[in-house]
Unconditional design. Sequence first.
Length: 108
Amino acid sequence: MIEYKGYIGRVEFDDEAGIFHGEVINTRDVITFEGTCVEEIQREFRASVEEYLGFCAEQGKAPDNPNAGHLVIDITPDLQRAMIQAAKREHKNLDAWILDRLASGIAA
């Protein structure tokens, strides 16, 4: 994985073509890049991100922010109800309760 301006790129090697190809994985927009060596793939990754940001600016559109702080997940109604009850027992709102659980899971 490589990172530039908060955008994270995943790189794979195509043995048949003899090139590295990559894709930004933390945005809904499609940003790809390729190169034949490590230095080139890093350079092309940064260039692709800059090109994407420039394109968005030209179009007057906000780029998809990879660090927007929003997470959307699907859960069952029963699980949601249980989470709300657990949060209430701890005198927290659901967002605060979830953030505490996520942070403690990462720290473990």
